[in-house]
Design a protein around this ligand. Sequence first.
Ligand code: FES
Length: 69
Amino acid sequence: SLLDVVVNNNLDFDGYGACEGTLTCSTCHVILKKEDYDRLPNDPGEEEMDMLDLAYELSDTSRLGCQIT
Ligand code: FES
């Protein structure tokens, strides 16, 4: 997932991925360009949508990084 990329490369995004991909936070929120959003192979599931509702500055092209595979 995108979260794995951040973790595996020791990218220093403070607090990113606090729940380690268990869909209990929204710290991995990313806002994608429309063309990138449309290219993702999976749509957000119901649990992801619920967590996205809590995300800061939610947009039409928001996803949770831990769910982007
Ligand atoms: Fe917590 Fe993605 S890391 S929801």
